[in-house]
Design a binder for this molecule. Structure first.
Ligand code: 4NP
Length: 155
């Protein structure tokens, strides 16, 4: 079982989109049993809040539900618990390193660092373009799953 945690700042837009898109993807690929997937934020600002409506609508357009998800803050215990901690942007990585007290097990990645064009996920908080965020996440997820297959972490 591979435990994957998506992380952004508030845990109401980008990381829940990543979480539910990946859950949908592995289900469709018939490999959902190999994964435990969740998400968290580096800030506690949105703690307890549901997914931001435009992000929820972007997922709904793809037939993906994120109902029941509530924002929570990343903790040091999460660092131990998860195998892959997938951040949306460099700032998240900096904050994760501070909360976790470093990354001795090399578990922290920026999700788009698995692609051939390493970069931050487009932040819809500023662009209001949730479709671009979804497309970036799609590219990241595709590359991350290819990496796991290439490294023989999954079948
Ligand atoms: P997220 O989006 O980190 O993708 O969940 C944001 C949510 C809240 C804020 C910024 C980004 N905020 O500034 O409160």
């Amino acid at each position: 079982m591979i435990k994957v945690l998506f992380v952004c700042l508030g845990n109401i837009c980008r990381s829940p989109m990543g979480e539910f898109m990946m859950k949908d993807k592995v289900l469709r690929e018939g490999i959902s049993e190999e994964f435990y997937i969740s998400s968290a934020g580096t800030s506690g600002e949105e703690e307890g809040n549901p997914v931001y409506p435009p992000a929820r609508e972007e997922l709904a357009k793809q037939g993906i539900s994120c109902s029941g998800k509530r924002a929570r803050k990343f903790t040091k215990a999460d660092y131990k618990e998860y195998d892959y901690i997938l951040a949306m942007e460099s700032r998240n990585v900096t904050d994760l390193l501070r909360i976790a007290g470093g990354d001795p097990d090399s578990k922290i990645f920026r999700i788009l660092d698995f692609t051939s064009f390493p970069r931050d996920i487009a932040d819809p908080w500023y662009t209001r373009n949730f479709t671009k965020t979804r497309e970036d996440l799609e590219e990241g997820l595709e590359s991350f799953l290819s990496y796991l297959k290439r490294e023989k972490k999954i079948k």
